[in-house]
Design a protein around this ligand. Sequence first.
Ligand SMILES: Nc1ncnc2c1ncn2[C@@H]1O[C@H](COP(=O)(O)OP(=O)(O)O)[C@@H](O)[C@H]1O
Ligand SMILES: N[C@@H](CCC(=O)OP(=O)(O)O)C(=O)O
Length: 382
Amino acid sequence: MNTQARQRIVLKVGSALIAPDRQGCSSRYLLSIAQFIVRCRTEGFQVILVSSGSIAAGAHRFPVQSADNASDPQAQLALKKAMAAAGQTEMMATWDKFFDFPTAQVLLTHADLRDRERYLSIRDTLSTLLDHGILPIVNENDTVTTDKLKVGDNDNLSAMVAAAVDARSLVICSDIDGLFDSNPHLNADAKLIPEVTQIDASIYAMAGGSHSDVGTGGMITKIQAAEKAVSHGIDTYIVNGFKEASFNELLRGKNPGTLFRGSASPMLERLHWFTHTVRAEGEVVVASEDAVRSAEDCVNISSSEVLEVKGTFAEGDTIVLCSDDGKRLAKARSNYSSRLLKFIAKQDDSKLIDSFTHDRGLVAAQDIALLSPDAQPLEEKS
Ligand SMILES: Nc1ncnc2c1ncn2[C@@H]1O[C@H](COP(=O)(O)OP(=O)(O)O)[C@@H](O)[C@H]1O
Ligand SMILES: N[C@@H](CCC(=O)OP(=O)(O)O)C(=O)O
């Protein structure tokens, strides 16, 4: 493990902290966040800021909406992207004013992160910026994204960035003290959970969506982010960014919100990237769970064990191998297009079938991630 890299902190700031009333950026909460960044740097940490808020910050530039636009989803989406474009410059200018060191804007999409070459390039750029004392400020490139191209929320984006830079901690600053056992906006008796040792279905069951006009994803995407980060060995905190005390406590080494402790046995880098950043384009249902017990099993699956092929994918695309009762067993890269696999799976002649998969397995040996039997579809969860 690169010990220098382990001195990195990724700080994710939610929209409500940037532009609380959608009237442009406000310094109300940003001052204490900026001071925290400065203190962390003074103490020798390299900091990356993942800042939401471009849409919330740009909203005030588009005060007039025609009634037609309000009911047209396409027009609404175009408006949000325009707000993001206008708000992004305002947001960068606002952050820049707090610091006497340079900042750099890094706008990413999921299409950038899931492509290995681009991912490595992003990693190098972020490291170079950090090594030159520059504060990278990352956001999703909302103006160019479509459903297929986007991460969709900055919680997951911040976890992908934290893994890419091999961070030591990920701090998610939200509008609430941390993860509660149910949404405090709906249940006045909800209790704060100070530490989560294992992220499973019971933790996801506590989480609801966002209640605000400006937030995306609520607690669900924060738990997804924590799941990604902890499996890379990154301690992940959800803290209340409205409260200056949160940052003072973090600086004293205390946990002011909810802590998800990083795994003591982190995944290898490429496996982590493939498991948590790359998305599956389709599914292949296999006859038995026993066919997918190890990576070697996956390579050796014969086409006669393929029951069904779902979705459209090309050779080399990522697929999930599932059991016929819907369990996600493994993620891998298909050696065949969905079209060819569908054709092969329909054949009765086993000799013909085997002739297709004789020389190379159903999936490539390089990227195979075994998923635990009750694993949730990490990258597809919403
Ligand atoms: N179990 C829960 N504990 C805490 N907050 C929850 C929970 N379930 C849902 N939420 C909602 O998640 C919100 C925070 O997420 P979000 O609105 O997306 O903020 P951000 O802009 O910081 O990402 C909280 O204000 C709350 O409404
Ligand atoms: N990329 C969007 C933010 C998306 C997002 O995840 O928002 P939030 O839930 O406030 O962190 C923007 O800059 O407005």
